[in-house]
Design a binder for this molecule. Structure first.
Ligand SMILES: Nc1ncnc2c1ncn2[C@@H]1O[C@H](COP(=O)(O)OP(=O)(O)OP(=O)(O)O)[C@@H](O)[C@H]1O
Ligand SMILES: [Mg+2]
Length: 400
């Protein structure tokens, strides 16, 4: 820097303040900046780091539900409740209030297998364009025991966000099979229950909001490993479980116990309905109250009806039928089903008691002989396969 030049610069190039008016003036050959402008620049840089990740999809519950309707048949109550829970969750993160603290509300989905619990959570995450992972509660253990400790879910989420911690901090973690970590038996045992209650205890802090230190490299935490710090307060936890037997717990509560002096005799036994589930029922089932307390929204889903199963086959985006129609179209064969055939597939599926999951294996069973013989179909210029009820009851190709 030549002395001649520095002598000439006596004012901040950015704000024009004179050297005397500011605390410090940093001068280079042709420009200068005062300490006030440096401070201003620093806040601009800091603000930029804080820039909200753009979660622009509409956050109105009705808009979210419209999207869920494209992918999930039925389960309207669940879709409504989940849409509101998500909308509130992201309102809370994007516009936190200054003077009050809004408690985080995680979501618990209860309902029979194969009826859309995981699909609900997955579709919600897709809509919000946030990282999403499914963790299996049965593989989780308390820290210190063999197995995945609960923080492994956070590592998975960071991976799903391609290492972007800020993005991961707003992701969704779906904990599947949550009912499998219910305490066995209603009385608290003196010995620690590693697989059940212990895991619920270990999850408490995480789902409520805490800072975790996660090794950057997967593997064991040992001194000197580079760590990522991640706060879980804005991660939405959705837990799902089939809770087999919960209906009986609800029914018992609703019917009252008929033991005791003043017991009323109940003539009509009410059937337990999952949509009436209360926190108390879940505690009776074996979830610890502290855990249930952190899942403020409980959503129940219902067993799918035959009509809904047919709709799943034909109406949802990317449905099974269009998948197989595409596969056969590659051999120039069109695939159609009569409505009686669809009904029969749905009926067979109901018997499997695996919800909509059974549809896939049913369709596969029906179409297998045809898919096997595509070569012959092509040689004989067969360009259309129409599946009727008979072909569902006794699947066979046109050549058997
Ligand atoms: N309501 C639904 N609408 C559309 N498809 C559905 C619905 N329910 C289930 N399915 C289909 O069935 C498959 C299994 O559903 P999902 O994984 O959501 O079941 P789940 O309720 O989580 O069962 P589990 O308790 O066994 O985990 C999904 O991939 C989807 O294709
Ligand atoms: Mg599931």
């Amino acid at each position: 820097m030549s002395e001649e030049n520095t002598k000439q610069i006596t004012h901040c190039t950015f704000c024009g303040s004179s050297k005397e008016a500011v605390k410090k003036l940093v001068v280079s050959e042709s420009v200068s900046i005062c300490s006030d402008c440096v401070a201003l620049c620093q806040t601009l840089i800091d603000d930029d780091n804080d820039v909200e990740i753009d979660f622009t999809p509409e956050h109105e519950p009705e808009v979210i539900k419209d999207y869920l309707d494209l992918h999930i048949i039925g389960q309207h109550d669940a879709k409504k409740v989940l849409s509101v829970a998500i909308a509130n969750h992201y309102k809370r993160i994007n516009k936190p209030p200054k003077d009050i603290e809004i408690q985080k509300g995680n979501v618990l989905i209860v309902g029979p297998t194969g009826s859309g619990k995981t699909l609900l959570a997955k579709s919600a995450a897709k809509y919000l364009k946030v990282p999403f992972i499914v963790a299996d509660a049965t593989s989780l253990t308390e820290a210190g025991y063999v197995g995945d400790d609960v923080e492994s879910m956070i590592s998975m989420l960071i991976n799903a966000a391609n290492g972007d911690i800020k993005l991961a901090e707003r992701g969704i973690i779906f904990i599947d099979e949550i009912d499998k970590i219910a305490r066995k038996g209603e009385s608290t045992s003196i010995t620690r229950d590693v697989s059940g209650e212990g895991v619920q205890q270990a999850l408490l802090k995480l789902v409520e909001g805490t800072t975790c230190r996660i090794p950057k490299e997967a593997g064991r935490k040992h001194p000197g490993t580079d760590m990522n710090e991640i706060n879980t307060k804005d991660i939405l936890f959705i837990a799902g479980g089939a809770f087999v037997g919960l209906k009986d717990v609800i029914a018992n509560r609703m019917n009252g116990t008929s033991i005791g002096f003043n017991a009323t005799v109940v003539d009509v036994k009410l059937e337990g309905d999952l949509s009436n589930v209360s926190p108390d029922d879940l505690t009776k089932y074996g979830m610890i109250p502290e855990f249930i307390g952190r899942f403020t929204t409980t959503v129940s889903i219902q067993e799918l009806t035959k009509e809904q199963l047919v709709q799943i086959l034909t109406d949802v985006k990317n449905n099974y039928i269009s998948q197989y129609q595409y596969l056969l179209s590659l051999d120039n064969i069109a695939l159609t089903f009569t409505s009686e055939a669809l009904d029969q597939i749905a009926e067979n599926t109901l018997l499997l008691k695996t919800g909509a999951r059974g549809l896939h294996s049913e369709i596969e069973r029906v179409l297998m002989p045809h898919m096997f013989h595509t070569k012959r179909y092509k040689e004989n210029n067969v360009t259309n396969i129409n599946i009727d009820r008979e072909l569902v009851l006794r699947p066979k190709s046109l050549y058997e």
